[in-house]
Design a protein. Sequence first.
Length: 120
Amino acid sequence: MATALTDPVSAAAYRAAVGKLLLANFAHWERMNPAEFVEKKVRMPGEHGSTRPWRFDFFPPQREMFNEIFNPRNREVVFKMASRLTKTMTVLGAIGYCIAEAPRKILVMWPEDRGQRRMV
């Protein structure tokens, strides 16, 4: 059962609170470019349970590979790299960007744990 706000101070405070929520939820939105999004939002696991910001400085050619994921001329992007060069974080950053900034259909395939050629 809802009660009406008869007190003018409470009604004004309620209207102000609702107004702030509306402004926050419907604020102007500008889409970040993918590389900027990853460097600002994605965090990597660090030592002892800490996290650190993601940077392309670890392996600079990866920035170009990451940007190719979002190149409209490409229909498919395949990463063939040495192990332990942050491929997984790059793909997770791209998925995060697609979810947060540019919703679209995506397909990601990972090999099975046993290292077989069949893709799941």
